[in-house]
Write a protein that binds this ligand. Structure first.
Ligand SMILES: Cc1cc2nc3c(=O)[nH]c(=O)nc-3n(C[C@H](O)[C@H](O)[C@H](O)COP(=O)(O)O)c2cc1C
Length: 234
């Protein structure tokens, strides 16, 4: 077995990025992420892994201030009401909404999956047939994932992997972020359908992410449980 080689400068860079990243409440509205860096962030999402490789999510980039305002009233996690600011919605350089595929687009044998396996993966019919069977067993027997809510939640889990990669990539580039679950689901679905043409039968909101450059340093120091409390070795 070959001995792995420590890479102290890379470890230091990663540690610095993890310490730098915090859930940014207010961004400097004058600072914008460059096109090239934002593209790197989008690539981190796009190249993320997903269960069975089905990529069961879509990513919306909401840049129009008017469109962002449509979410303000019920997006309490990003509207700045608690600190009397314009919040992440009003100050972020870039604002993302991850959509999760629903049962209509992610139940085994769905049209999305068949097209995806043919056109993106370019798999031959016999392999597609094999994966269809395996995925049906996974959903129906192994994990018992059924119906709109459970299948959408499973898709959202995959979206969260992409979200993690987005935030870590941003942090490595010195870009701040905030993940956002603080929104009313029903009203968000309504706005997405009415103003963005998102069909709720096919897609539901999973999570939002604001990106940009912090207006101020974090108000509180980072606290976490220790490794002893969170990790068990066997
Ligand atoms: C999935 C998820 C949803 C979150 N939703 C919100 C939110 O709506 N608004 C907000 O200000 N922070 C939100 N946070 C930030 C967390 O409160 C924050 O990550 C946590 O308190 C740890 O602090 P740190 O990220 O600054 O280290 C969310 C975090 C995660 C992972």
């Amino acid at each position: 077995m070959t001995q792995s080689i420590d890479n102290p400068s890379m470890q230091a860079k990663l540690a610095e990025a993890f310490a730098f990243r915090h859930a940014t409440k207010v961004f400097d509205p004058k600072r914008k992420i460059s096109e090239s860096e934002f593209n790197t962030i989008l690539e981190a999402a796009r190249l993320s892994p997903s269960s069975f490789g089905f990529e069961p999510w879509q990513l919306m980039v909401v840049q129009s201030p008017e469109k962002r305002e449509l979410f303000r009233e019920f997006t309490w996690g990003a509207n700045g009401a608690f600190n009397g600011t314009a919040g992440q919605l009003g100050t972020a350089s870039h604002f993302l909404i991850f959509l999760a595929h629903t049962d209509a687009s992610m139940k085994h044998n769905s049209a999305y999956q068949q097209t995806f396996m043919r056109e993106v993966k370019q798999l031959p019919d016999e392999v597609i047939g094999f994966i269809n069977q395996a995925f049906e067993k996974f959903q129906e027997q192994d994990w018992g994932i059924q119906g709109q809510r459970q299948i959408t939640d499973w898709s959202a889990k995959q979206a969260y992997i992409a979200m993690g990669n987005v935030m870590n990539t941003a942090a490595l580039l010195g870009i701040d972020s905030c993940p956002i679950e603080g929104f009313e689901m029903d009203k968000t679905i309504e706005v997405l359908e009415k103003h963005f043409g998102v069909d709720p039968k096919l897609y539901r909101p999973a999570v939002m992410v604001a990106l940009g450059y912090r207006a101020d340093e974090p108000q509180f120091p980072k606290t976490r449980r220790s490794q002893q409390q969170t990790v068990s070795w066997f």
